[in-house]
Design a protein around this ligand. Structure first.
Ligand SMILES: Cc1cc2nc3c(=O)[nH]c(=O)nc-3n(C[C@H](O)[C@H](O)[C@H](O)COP(=O)(O)O)c2cc1C
Length: 134
């Protein structure tokens, strides 16, 4: 099992409809390739985790890298693991507009990245939230 996680910035304001389109496509493709993961969106910032067989993850990730709907892609994680963090999600989705107060600390260490207009603690909490609801 192989996992990548990255952050990126939408090239312009992404409308809800467009996000739905991305997610719909992602879920179909990911399901076919037995990929799981999640996509978190806050404003124009994306945080995505993709996991599965390495060649499948890289195949889809290469498409994602070329997608002109986002830019400034920062790789956060690139690792092998025995188990999936998100086994039940073709592509989980959370828009941080509706952030609740959740406590957690997992994956905090991943988020030693600067220049986000998103609080690191919030991301860690959301990811934990997804994991715990699997
Ligand atoms: C932020 C973001 C996340 C995406 N995530 C996925 C994904 O998880 N799986 C996927 O197949 N496509 C994803 N896409 C879309 C791909 O970039 C690409 O448009 C799509 O895979 C093309 O699919 P097709 O080759 O079947 O037409 C994402 C795009 C963006 C902008």
């Amino acid at each position: 099992m192989y996992r990548i996680m990255y952050m990126s910035t939408a090239t312009r304001n992404i409308l809800d409809d467009e996000l739905e389109e991305i997610l719909e496509k992602a879920r179909i493709n990911n399901h076919e390739k037995e990929l799981t993961g999640l996509l978190i969106v806050k404003g124009r910032t994306f945080l995505q985790c993709l996991e599965g067989e390495k060649h499948n993850v890289l195949e889809v990730y290469n498409k994602i890298l070329k997608d002109d709907r986002h830019e400034n892609i920062i790789d956060l994680v690139d690792e092998n693991d025995a188990t999936r963090l998100f086994p039940n999600w073709d592509m989980g989705y959370k828009n941080l507009k509706s952030l609740n107060d959740i406590k957690s600390e997992k994956i905090r260490e991943i988020l030693s990245v600067d220049q986000l207009d998103i609080k690191k603690d919030e991301i860690a909490e959301i990811i934990e939230d997804f994991v715990s609801f699997n």
